[in-house]
Ligand binder design. Structure first.
Ligand code: NAD
Length: 332
């Protein structure tokens, strides 16, 4: 396998590409200041190596911030593989590439990879986390939504009755909808997904289908599908009071946080809200999994967000600025 140390942007520790017949991957290590760089292995049919590189860089930095803000002793890294889907051969090469760092990078499942795929990689590397963090991610998102609603203060202290739109009914979105309708008895949950059966399943559980034209009526928008859902083309049309969801990289660029703030839309930093996944991975131990510890920490994301929102209000700045500053403060 051809292994190349790639030029790294300022602030990044190491970026390495791995090339072989039919295999192209990048591992970006943003920081190991707090511990080994933890971050999933994403498999996607990127159109160009440059697109894969951009994803690896953005996602690895977000992993550093997630772990730092959540109070974990892990750094941030990410692996991206340019491929349509994971094959056994691909996952064995993923394992070999992970071994190159001797434990400075730890991989896990991510978009395009499953626990079964990571288990194949673990045949050749011990540096893997084998837990599915989606339930804990949903728990953290719910805690964050509750904190944002309380902070906003428009509906009292409770989320009861506030119209919520969950976009994307995958592992996280479906778990969140299930909790909202079954455990929280929330009657105003609206859903969208590209996969019709998932919408039907959520509606059978008590959610409602949301039509394109009615999206603006959702007071809380919960992106749980893809990234870049806020971009220059739609930012001024987003009239939700709160945007708070699991999707990574929700803003097409960081300046949009300022635009949303100026438009009185409370955007909750994605890398804080969705840290349940990394919290889950961090609580996998040699003997199993510390579920109680992980759940308590994911619930704590609500408190963490509340602090960020209060500090942003006091400092007359955006929640993104505060969340980044707090994450950076642990890295010095
Ligand atoms: P998933 O792949 O299981 O589900 C994504 C869902 O979004 C799918 O049902 C898909 O059909 C739907 N979707 C795609 N495009 C859509 C669109 N335009 N409109 C509506 N629905 C659309 O993913 P997941 O594991 O549930 O994760 C959701 C998001 O949260 C991703 O951005 C992921 O990176 C992020 N995230 C996940 C975790 C985790 O633990 N799974 C942790 C942190 C962040």
């Amino acid at each position: 396998m051809l292994i190349t140390d790639e030029p790294r942007p300022p602030g990044y520790e190491q970026v390495v590409s791995f090339k072989d017949d039919d295999f192209y991957a990048i591992i970006a290590i943003h920081s190991t200041r707090l511990g080994p760089a933890l971050g999933g292995c994403r498999i996607q049919p990127y159109l160009t190596p440059a697109a894969a590189m951009l994803d690896a860089l953005r996602l690895s930095k977000a992993m550093t911030y997630k772990s730092s803000l959540a109070g974990l002793w892990f750094g941030g890294g990410k692996m991206v593989v340019m491929a349509d889907r994971p094959t056994r051969e691909t996952m064995l090469r993923v394992g070999e590439a992970v071994n190159y760092f001797n434990g400075r990078y730890i991989t896990a499942e991510d978009f395009g990879t499953s626990l079964a795929d990571i288990t194949i990689a673990s045949e050749v590397t011990p540096h893997v986390k084998r837990v599915d963090g989606s339930a804990l991610t949903a728990l953290g998102v719910l805690a964050a939504i509750k904190a944002a609603v309380q902070f906003r203060g428009e509906w009292g202290d409770s989320i009861d009755g506030v119209p919520i739109w969950v976009q994307g009914l995958g592992k996280v979105g479906m778990a969140l909808v299930d909790t909202l309708v079954r455990l929280e008895h929330h009657t105003n949950v609206y859903v969208t997904d590209l996969i019709e059966e998932r919408v039907t399943q959520a509606c059978a559980a008590g959610a409602h289908r949301l039509n394109e034209a009615d999206r603006k009526f959702a007071a809380i928008y919960v992106p749980c599908a893809m990234g870049q859902v806020v971009h220059a083309g739609n930012v001024h049309g987003l009239t939700h009071s709160i945007i708070c969801g699991a999707a990574n990289n929700q803003l097409a660029d960081a300046s949009l946080a300022t635009t949303l703030h100026a438009n009185d839309v409370l955007w909750c930093p994605d890398f804080l809200v969705n840290a349940g996944g990394v919290i889950c991975a961090a609580h996998e131990t040699a003997d199993g999994y510390d579920q109680a510890g992980a759940e308590a920490m994911a619930e704590g994301l609500g408190e963490c967000l509340r602090n960020v929102l209060e500090m942003a209000k006091e400092g007359k700045t955006t929640p993104l600025d505060i969340a980044e500053a707090l994450a950076e403060a642990r890295l010095v």
